[in-house]
Design a protein around this ligand. Structure first.
Ligand SMILES: [Zn+2]
Length: 800
């Protein structure tokens, strides 16, 4: 019989803690979207992505892991004792339950609710008697996943994700309780949290989550239960971080390189970082300790000023899924994990709740409309893990991932977006986002104000708001004037508009102009409001050119296009010959916007005349003017693989002319295997790599090691060739790909492959040239053998 030690806790619905954020968000359950942009997405999330994500968590054994752990707890012998694929697989189920709970709270669905009830029963059955819940250890305590360690809570195993999973459990439990009023998952969470409280704290064990979110989860449990222990524990886990941790990686990877209150720069794994900064904001709000606020304010200045992509994405480098150095914002290799975009939104929203300043909403909105929703396809079924700003066709959405954090994060975040529209403090009512909706806002004095927004935002900039207080009321309506409408794309000097506009935003109440006095990004309309008062906001939406700070090397000599909150990109499908990386957009090119209801579920595109650059037979660059179309960045990669480019060259020095077509560039490449689904076309794209480690357009067989492979080049028609040049991909210092141990060239003679005699070089950072007696053939083949325990890859293969 299970001892429920926690059931005596009184749970009052969202107990008001003694202290919290000075600005209060209006919960998403009080805001109903009926707009053209978000409402269909949230519905797709509910009807497609959430069921699909549940299906995947079942299909991949993530749910079965709980059943296997439960069987062990019942004393049954398991035939299959293999640990879960990753020690954090439990968290994906928690996240989808969180998303489903949010969906349930605005859209009752008995079938979904019953299904979630069943899942919760299976999770509860996998919880050990003392509250411990971590399937990989329970399934086989002797042989859990290698990252888990041999004992519970080993500091040396901060990558165990033992506490990370629980953070997501707590978030899901709070959401499920609020959505359904049922305590089932909350009881599991509280029993687990009680175990943490017994285990950790002053005079007990000290540990911090190797992947943050436990802190945010504990803060939610504190808000729900009023139990001080959970808040103390959240704070303890922030402060326990020490630089001398013996983890697998550098301490900065999980932000334990110094006391959290001393940190000044965003470093390490970007998702971990933003979850930690969000946890620090929660603890600061709930305790009043300003040291946490001072630290995250400094770190935010660093991110907004030096580490933020124009799409709102963060985490520039795939190496450690981390923030790069200041101004290190490469485009094609940009990592920008979808989860980091979600984390950036969490963090910026919390900073707004602390400071009441719209600059955080400016960053949040940029991420929401661009680098966050780019993570999910328009049909809701395929996902991006990294969100790059340029592609040569190597990027493709995937239906799921071995590490499935991003899809499950999207499911929970999308469902909660209505909670980011309004906020309230005293008699101030903040309107932060513009979305067709009806919101019901309870003010501090108990008055209720209903606001209706009618708008086609983000496609059009006029917003009509009807204010309906339950009785005539003096209050201050704080209308956000977005940074992009105030000539300030971001609240820093990282990006600026490179053009001028005359039209200014304007605001009217009942048809009368309001003075545009902007403070902290808001115009405050102070008056006694009567039911039916109408506020009209006009935000001019010309297409704008954005330039980056000259310290950002990747964007020099380039512009990005924006209209309203939407960042644009040029994609292969809308531009002549399926090419965009050879384009140049001159400063005098006129930009126009055009609504295209049939395209990509309805988008406004940007049209212009661009210049295509092409190298001719004699090596000179030829210019050709052609039509140019750009689509919203978030909508790219919904029509197959191909070229894409956000930052457009505005001068020839930064442009990349298309290579002159050769027998090689017009050939078809096939490869023996393609474990990472790279684009084999990178091998003959005619682009000379900068070095063997150039990560822009290569092909490799990672993670196959010591392998034998081949690449075939089939010509359009029979050709006579006498020379081949191969440039190897080798990411020494970053990854496990090296030049091959050996290779050779063969040509096709009828149905037979015949080897070609020659000298086969394996030098890095140069073409390895093989000259031979001319052969007339329809195809060539490279046969390669990798060195032991490493993989191999090809940057470019040319033929003469
Ligand atoms: Zn992720």
């Amino acid at each position: 019989m299970r001892i429920l030690v926690v059931l005596s806790l009184a749970v009052t619905s969202w107990a008001q803690p003694a202290r919290d954020y000075p600005v209060k968000p209006v919960p998403f359950t009080k805001v109903h979207f009926n707009d053209v942009f978000w409402a269909p997405r949230i519905e797709t999330n509910r009807t497609v992505t959430i069921p699909f994500a549940f299906e995947k968590t079942e299909e991949t054994g993530r749910v079965r892991n709980f059943d296997r752990a439960a069987a062990v707890l019942r004393g049954e012998a398991l035939a299959d004792k293999r640990p879960p694929g990753y020690p954090f697989d439990d968290s994906d189920l928690y996240k989808v339950i969180e998303g489903a709970s949010y969906a349930l709270s605005v859209h009752p669905d008995a079938k979904l609710e019953a299904y979630v009830d069943g899942l919760i029963a299976r999770i509860a059955a996998a919880q050990e008697r003392d509250g411990y819940l971590y399937t990989t250890r329970t399934i086989d305590p002797e042989h859990p996943h290698p990252w888990a360690g041999t004992r519970r809570w080993e500091l040396e195993k901060v990558d165990s994700h033992e506490l990370y999973n629980l953070g997501h459990l707590y978030e899901a439990a709070a959401a499920h309780y609020q959505a359904t009023g049922k305590r089932t998952l909350l009881d599991v969470a509280l029993k687990s949290a009680a175990l943490l409280d017994q285990t950790f704290g002053p005079g007990k064990q000290a540990i911090w989550p190797g992947h943050q979110i436990t802190e945010m989860g504990l803060a939610k449990l504190y808000r729900l239960t009023g139990q001080q222990a959970y808040l103390d524990l959240a704070r303890f886990m922030l402060d326990a971080r020490k630089p001398d941790s013996p983890g697998r990686r550098a301490p900065s990877y999980n932000q334990s390189h110094m006391a959290v209150t001393e940190q000044t720069e965003a470093v390490g794994h970007a998702v971990r970082a933003t979850y930690m900064y969000s946890g620090m904001a929660d603890v600061a709000a709930l305790t009043g300790d300003t040291r946490y606020v001072n630290a995250i304010d400094r770190i935010w200045e660093n991110v907004a000023g030096k580490k933020l992509y124009v799409t709102g994405g963060i985490g520039a480098t795939g190496s450690g899924e981390a923030f790069g150095a200041n101004y290190e914002l490469p485009n094609m290799t940009a990592y920008n994990e979808t989860c980091a975009a979600v984390g950036n939104d969490y963090w910026n929203h919390r900073l707004f709740l602390l400071h009441g300043d719209a600059r955080y909403i400016d960053v949040m909105e940029r991420t929401l409309y661009n680098g966050m929703i780019s993570g999910v396809s328009l049909d809701g079924k395929t996902f991006f893990y990294p969100n790059p700003l340029e592609s040569n066709g190597q990027h493709e959405r995937s239906p799921w991932f071995g590490v499935a954090c991003c899809p499950s994060n999207i499911t929970r975040f999308l469902a909660s977006i209505p909670g980011y529209v309004y906020a309230q403090r005293g008699d101030q009512l903040y309107v932060n986002l513009f979305v067709g909706n009806t919101g019901e806002i309870r003010m501090d004095d108990g008055r209720t104000v209903r606001i209706t927004q009618e708008t086609r935002y983000p496609w059009e900039g006029s917003v009509r708001m009807t204010v309906n207080p339950d009785r005539d009321a003096k209050l201050s309506l704080m209308v956000r004037i977005p940074g992009w409408a105030r000539n300030e794309p971001v609240p820093s000097d990282l990006y600026r508009f490179a053009d001028q506009v005359k039209e200014q935003p304007a605001l009217k109440v009942n048809g009368r102009a309001v003075a545009m006095q902007i403070d902290k990004g808001y115009v405050a309309i102070d008056r006694t409001w009567k039911a039916g008062d109408v506020v009209e906001l006009m935000l001019p939406m010309p297409v704008r050119r954005v330039a980056a700070n000259s310290a950002v090397a990747a964007d020099r000599g380039r512009v990005a296009l924006e209209r309203g909150p939407i960042v644009y990109t040029a994609e292969w499908a809308d531009n002549p010959k399926g090419k965009v990386r050879n384009l140049m957009l001159l400063d005098n090119a006129k930009l126009t916007a055009e609504w295209r209801p049939e395209l990509l579920k309805g988008v406004t595109v940007v049209k212009a005349r661009a210049v295509a650059l092409q190298t001719n037979a004699s090596g000179a660059v030829e210019r050709r003017e052609q039509d140019f179309t750009a689509i919203p960045y978030y909508a790219w990669a919904n029509r197959g693989r191909g070229q894409m480019m956000v930052w457009l060259p505005r001068e020839e020095a930064s442009a990349k002319p298309a290579a002159f077509p050769t027998v090689a560039t017009s050939a078809k490449i096939t490869v023996s295997s393609n474990p990472h689904r790279h684009n084999p076309g990178n091998i003959n794209d005619g682009e000379d790599p900068a070095s063997s480690s150039d990560a822009s357009a290569y092909f490799d067989w990672w993670s196959k090691q010591g392998n034998a492979e081949w690449v075939e080049m089939a010509f359009e028609k029979s050709a006579t060739v006498h020379e081949a040049q191969v440039y190897w991909f080798d990411d020494t210092g970053r990854g496990g790909v090296r030049v091959p141990a050996s290779w050779r060239l063969l040509y096709k003679d009828g149905a037979e492959w015949k080897p070609i005699q020659g000298t086969y070089g394996t030098e890095r950072n140069q073409y390895n040239t093989v000259s031979f007696q001319p052969v007339t053939t329809t195809a060539l083949r490279l046969e390669l053998q990798a060195q032991p325990n490493v993989s191999m890859g090809v940057q470019e293969w040319k033929v003469r």
